[in-house]
Design a protein around this ligand. Structure first.
Ligand code: ZN
Length: 311
């Protein structure tokens, strides 16, 4: 029996948001707009003499030290991961993302504001079937005690463990099948986090200049410094999984496979995706339907999000 055709999706209309970059501290305007079938997620730096288009793909990753930074022709764009996670997590295949500065705004440090933006704009199905990156054989990358692995599976699932040898963040682990509903409920609102000492050090070196308790969880040796505390007791591991959703999407298509990650971060996630794409026979790009069978579709798509509460 053949699978029903699943069509690509884009935004129903344009939308925009302003905010500061976490590391640059610079104010930027981000516009999300619909894009044609098979164009993927494409960032555009609009503050250049000529707009520079940077597809959200692993081959354009130029830095993974503090966030995932994309670059092309000497122009870069930092901290793309939470926005990419929101788009892919909600099932958006194609979007043009214009940014008039060097970094995607951090907003509240999670993907929730981007989710709200996309849901407010709405989604529209397109004529072409969705293409997915199906993992066909296990690939693993390692860096000391950090490991990340992708294995064949029928859906995207992420199994993640963190241990920062910190009283508040020891041995958090979580497994999740990633669907639009589970992404929004379980991962989207989890915020980025930092240790007070590291934040101070980074700021002394000119990084994390936009960082504050408004857009990150900050912990010292024994306390959460944010007055309202955590959104989940295990918000840290959830944020690592959110980052992984964004970083995996840089395969260029939604990944179908099981990711096991221990103490992973952007650098290892990027190495994993790069290895998946480079290793012969490790991944197959599969179309979820026949373009000739694709039927006219309603103008808008309702996501199954009843009763959702975004923090
Ligand atoms: Zn993050």
């Amino acid at each position: 029996m053949s699978q029903p055709t699943i069509l690509q999706k884009t935004l129903r209309m344009k939308t925009a948001v302003d905010g500061v970059g976490l590391h640059s501290g610079k104010r930027v305007r981000l516009k999300l707009m619909p894009a044609p079938s098979d164009s993927g997620l494409v960032f555009v730096r609009t503050d250049q003499n000529r707009p520079v288009e940077i597809p959200a793909r692993a081959e354009h990753v130029v830095d993974t030290r503090l966030s995932t930074t994309l670059g092309r022709d000497g122009v870069s764009l930092a901290t793309v991961e939470h926005l990419v996670a929101a788009l892919v997590g909600l099932g958006v295949d194609n979007a043009r993302i214009e940014v008039d500065g060097p970094e995607v705004p951090i907003l509240d440090g999670s993907a929730a504001p981007f989710v709200r933006l996309v849901l407010d704009a709405g989604l529209r199905e397109q004529k072409a079937p969705r293409k997915v990156a199906v993992v066909k054989k296990t690939v693993t990358v390692q860096d000391g005690d950090k490991t990340a692995r992708l294995s064949p599976a029928s859906h995207l699932s992420i199994h993640c463990a963190v241990d920062f040898r910190h009283p508040l963040i020891t041995d958090q682990r979580l497994s999740l099948e990633v669907t639009p509903r589970s992404f929004v409920r379980e991962l989207a609102t989890a915020r980025t986090f930092g240790f007070k000492r590291e934040v101070e050090y980074l700021q002394s070196r000119g990084f994390a200049l936009g960082g504050s308790l408004e857009n990150a969880i900050v912990v010292d040796d024994f306390h959460i410094l944010n007055p309202d505390g955590l959104r989940f007791p295990d918000e840290f591991v959830r944020h690592k999984m959110l980052d992984a959703v964004g970083d995996l999407a840089l395969a260029g298509h939604p990944v179908v496979g099981a990711m096991h990650a221990t103490k992973t971060g952007h650098a290892l996630n990027h190495r994993l995706v790069t290895k998946l794409l480079a290793e012969p026979g490790a991944v197959e790009i599969v179309s979820l339907g026949d373009v000739r069978e694709a039927k006219p579709v309603p103008a808008t798509v309702e996501l199954p999000m009843g009763g959702l509460e975004l923090a």
